[in-house]
Each structure stands twice: as structure tokens, then as C-alpha cells.
Design a protein around this ligand. Structure first.
Ligand code: NAD
Length: 322
């Protein structure tokens, strides 16, 4: 029997590619857009990252597609409704990256609290001759962290923040108590924005969370509060954020994600001193990326060989095939 054809649009280490070749025929490897596009009509599976947009029109050019295996947990690059309507399973990599994104979020909280970037610049730039003395930070202990989106990553952030003595409140569509995190209190979004010393965003991007944080929400935050975004750039209305930062209606923002990515050369956030910018590195550790690749490959192989994948967003598609 011939092996199912798949587009492998992310780089895989040789060993993993060999494993995959045992059951799959990779008709394209690598992210060259022209090669990926040309292979769509034959593709039964696609292994891709968020860098490959898969709107309905593109799915229409892939009539044989049975599975999209996304390298990442966020699937906002994929038109999920269109994929489901076409009987295409959409798989992702939940859980294996939660710790890495939560670690980065805590790193940002500590960097903000201890003014690490300002103080590092101070040390390089003339210390010890400089006056005034290095700027003082603040203790996370006793400060209020507001988590917007209390899913896998939001909860992993809460667990870590408690170890630094922070109090945690959260806002989510689901507000049932979470085992082991019963002391974290669910609150309406406005209350969270008004009370928090640090607001950290961990929702998935969909129409309900697009520009969830706009001018109205930023105006509710304390002038001393920081906004952290390690979810998706479009969860925040970026022009409203620039304005709030210019007017100092909030103290600053630490952003791992932007809209668009990479930012335009004239993006005002690039030049603002009360902003920390990172190039979308939430899951970027050796161990986490390896675990994500492994899970994405297992998802692809499982669906194309008629087995249950480790993680599927629309399992009804698989149930309908059984
Ligand atoms: P998750 O599904 O476990 O958590 C998302 C939470 O957001 C859920 O609890 C959901 O109920 C809540 N939510 C959804 N819509 C909401 C709304 N309108 N208001 C309030 N809450 C709402 O997902 P996760 O595994 O925690 O990942 C969250 C997101 O983090 C991903 O979708 C992805 O976009 C982002 N992410 C970023 C990086 C990075 O590199 N920066 C890495 C991994 C994930």
C-alpha cells in the first residue's frame, strides 16, 4: 500500500524525519511557500507552524487533506470551521509548552520588578562613575497578578507566581475552582484590570479575544501597572496600547507577541523605553521545541494511519470517520 502524502513545512531533525518516513511520504520538506503551495493538491496531511496561514481558500486547494498537524498550541493560523466542514482533523501540541511559556512570563515579571534591562544598561554605560544610583525595583511578593485566560498556561503562571508570594486573580469564560489553585479568585475582566499590579494575557486568539484589550480596558488599569502579553499580538489593540504607553496611563508593557510579526520598521513600540519586546520566544527552549516536534509528528502519523492522535481540536471529524 502506498504511504500517505504529507507536506512537512517545519524543519525536523534527521532522526525524526526518518521515523516519519516509515509510515508517511513527505512530498515537501521545508517552509518554502511556493513548494508548499504546489504540493497542496496532493497533500493528505500538513505539518506546519503558525507561520503557514491556512484560510478556507487554501484548504480548497488541498482536496485530499485529512489532517493539519500544527506545531504549537495556538491554531489561529487555521480556519477551524472551514477545516471541520471539510472533514479535516486539526491537531496541536497542548501542555508540552505550558511550562516554558509560564517560565518566560515569570521571567518578564521579575525583569520588570527588578528593572533588569535598565540596570543592565546602567552597568554597561559608565557604572560606577554614574550618578544617581541604580534605580530601585519592587518586590513581587504581596503584589496582585491578574491572569486573563486561566487555561493550561495561565494556571502554570499562577503556580509559579505564588512561589514568589504574588496574589493571583483571574478572568476566564470558565470560572470553576481549579484544583490546587483554589486561592486564585475568578473576577470580571474590568475588576481584574482595575486591581492588578501586573496583567498577564493567556487567552487563545479567536473572534471573542481579538482586541480583548483595547483603549477602554487599558484606561481601567492602574498607572503603575504593567501589561504582559505572551499569547497572541492581536489580543491587544496595538494602537491603543501605544497611546496608553505614550500617555503613561499604564507603566509599561512586556510583549513576546506582536501584530503583525515581525513588526513594521516604523512600529512605535520598537522605540519606546517603557516597553520590553521579545521575538515570540514563549516556547523557544531546546527541550520544549523537541517535545512539540515529537507531538506534532505523532499527531500527523496517527491521523494518517487511522489511529487516535495525542491531541485533536475537532475530534468530531475523527469520530465521523470511524
Ligand atoms: P488554553 O486553551 O488551555 O487556555 C486558554 C484559556 O483562555 C481557556 O481557559 C479559555 O477558556 C480562555 N478564554 C478563551 N476565550 C476567552 C475570553 N473571551 N475571555 C476570557 N477567557 C477566554 O490554551 P493554552 O495552552 O493555555 O495556550 C494559550 C495561548 O497561548 C495559545 O492559544 C497561544 O496563542 C498562546 N501561546 C503563545 C506562545 C508563545 O510563544 N508566546 C506559546 C504557546 C502558546
Amino acid at each position: 500500500m502506498s504511504k500517505p502524502h504529507a507536506v512537512i513545512a517545519i524543519d525536523l531533525p534527521a532522526g525524526l524525519l526518518e521515523d516519519l518516513r516509515r509510515s508517511i511520504n513527505p512530498i515537501v520538506t521545508g517552509s518554502d511557500p511556493a513548494a508548499v503551495e504546489a504540493a497542496l493538491p496532493r497533500a493528505e496531511g500538513i505539518l506546519c507552524s503558525a507561520l503557514l496561514p491556512l484560510p478556507a481558500e487554501r484548504l480548497d486547494r488541498a482536496p485530499n487533506l485529512r489532517v493539519i498537524s500544527n506545531f504549537g498550541v495556538g491554531i489561529d493560523n487555521i480556519d477551524l470551521a472551514a477545516a471541520t466542514a471539510r472533514g479535516i482533523a486539526v491537531c496541536n501540541t497542548p501542555g508540552v509548552l505550558s511550562g516554558a511559556v509560564a517560565d518566560l512570563t515569570i521571567g518578564l515579571i521579575l525583569a520588570i520588578a527588578r528593572r533588569l534591562f535598565e540596570n543592565a544598561a546602567y552597568a554597561r554605560d559608565g557604572w560606577p562613575r554614574r550618578q544617581p544610583p541604580p534605580p530601585l525595583g519592587w518586590d513581587p511578593a504581596g503584589k496582585l497578578l491578574g491572569i486573563v485566560g486561566f487555561g493550561r498556561i495561565g494556571q502554570a503562571v499562577a503556580l509559579r507566581a505564588r512561589a514568589f508570594g504574588m496574589e493571583v486573580i483571574y478572568h476566564d469564560l470558565v470560572d470553576e475552582p481549579v484544583e490546587g489553585l483554589e486561592d486564585c479568585r475568578p473576577v470580571p475582566l474590568d475588576e481584574l484590570l482595575e486591581l492588578s499590579d501586573v496583567v498577564s494575557l493567556h487567552v487563545n486568539l479567536d473572534p471573542s479575544t481579538h482586541h480583548l484589550i483595547g483603549a477602554r480596558e487599558l484606561a481601567r488599569m492602574k498607572p503603575t501597572a504593567w501589561l504582559i502579553n505572551t499569547s497572541r499580538g492581536a489580543v491587544v489593540d496595538q494602537s491603543a496600547l501605544v497611546e496608553a504607553l505614550r500617555q503613561r496611563t499604564i507603566a509599561g508593557a512586556a510583549l513576546d507577541v506582536l501584530d503583525p510579526e515581525p513588526p513594521a520598521a516604523d512600529e512605535p513600540l520598537l522605540a519606546m523605553e517603557n516597553v520590553i519586546l521579545l521575538p515570540h520566544i514563549g516556547s523557544a527552549t531546546v527541550e520544549t521545541r523537541a517535545a512539540m516536534r515529537d507531538m506534532a509528528v505523532r499527531n500527523l502519523i496517527a491521523v494518517l494511519t487511522g489511529r487516535v492522535p495525542p491531541a485533536c481540536i475537532n475530534p468530531e471529524v475523527l469520530a465521523a470517520r470511524a
